[in-house]
Design a protein around this ligand. Sequence first.
Ligand code: ACO
Length: 400
Amino acid sequence: SIDLSTFTKQTGMTTLDYGFVNTAATKSNITYIDGDQGILRYRGYPIEQVAKGLSFLEVSWLLIYGEVPTESELEDFDRRIRRHTLLHEDLKRFFDGLPHQAHPMSVLSSGVSALSTYYQDSLDPTNPEHVEISTLRLLAKMPVMAAYAHKKSVGQAFLYPDNSLSFVDNFLRLNFGTMAEPYEVNPVVSSALERLLILHADHEQNASTSTVRLVGSTQANMFASISAGINALFGPLHGGANEAVLSMLGDIQASGEGVAKYVERVKNKEAGVKLMGFGHRVYKNYDPRAKLVKESADEVLEALGVHDDLLEIAKELEQIALADDYFKERRLYPNVDFYTGVIYKAMGFPTRMFTVLFAIGRLPGWIAHWREMTSDPQTKIGRPQQLYLGHAARDLPSAQ
Ligand code: ACO
């Protein structure tokens, strides 16, 4: 049994809050969510307007610096990021040394962590110039590393970035271009990817962002903190859900059992059976990002002339789940990841790249939170309490 009186005496006013369901770890000015109403705003702007009206670099600036950039601010930001897209040649050999069957998320987190080894002279979180250059380096280099993780997994040569291309087009070329022929960007794919990155760009104190903040609260450098965030994102209950959704849809298709049967198994809580891409800690209403992603899924597949039975299975799953009391009572709705996988697949990305794409999108959010935290004089090292339930003091047999 839990002796709460002892616990309170030891630590003062303390709450035991598994999963931090009711505990705010910080104040923040970046992103607002109303989970009951299904509202998401970046710096006050509704996600619906942001996703349709701004580019990913504009959103990055907005999250990091607080306002929509002016034309000249954006131009300057873009130019400075382009200057940092090349990776150190040794870093390419570092990628070469990793096994080709490695998961691209593991490759990406290793690469971002390795950045601390190349830029040892600019890692001080208390030095604004170091913070600024680390911001640019991450925004410029992480997409290149993500594309290398992809190329590595399919056994193709890495390409050098082409700085004449926009952020998203450069990323697409690095992923899908080859040494053999020029790469033509498909504008449908480019604008859909831009929108998906924006929809993932921040989501206040989610598990990966909280990880970035916790690691950063020790005054670890930005690369180390964000590498930790990438690892937190990897799990199937967080960013890894987009990959898990596609596996689930594929399994339903392959088993031939039908969607309704699968939903029954979810409701019976069969071991390991969940409706992936459904449910959210904060949203108890339709995730506003999922609405926009669903719209995109139809548009993109139609524009690319792709028919995918998995999209039909996803829609049927959604329809059955939303009408079912199990999901209604628990207020479970599709989250941002329910439909993204179908779009990424239509674009040509392998399933194991899906969470990497989430990481590229979430990068400006992580940076914004890390910077907000390190510049807040009230920040303290993150250090939760525990409720100790182990042995009382006792003697080793040799001391008795
Ligand atoms: N399928 C079936 N049942 C579910 C699901 C689901 N996807 N999600 C929650 N439930 C049920 C739980 O079993 C629980 O039921 P119970 O009260 O009978 O025990 C109830 O709903 C509450 O669920 P919790 O797990 O307590 O909710 P929590 O807030 O801790 O978890 C989470 C949120 C992790 C997102 C959960 O909904 C889940 O596992 N979803 C599937 C994975 C997923 O899609 N993750 C992506 C989240 S969004 C993101 O990171 C971008």
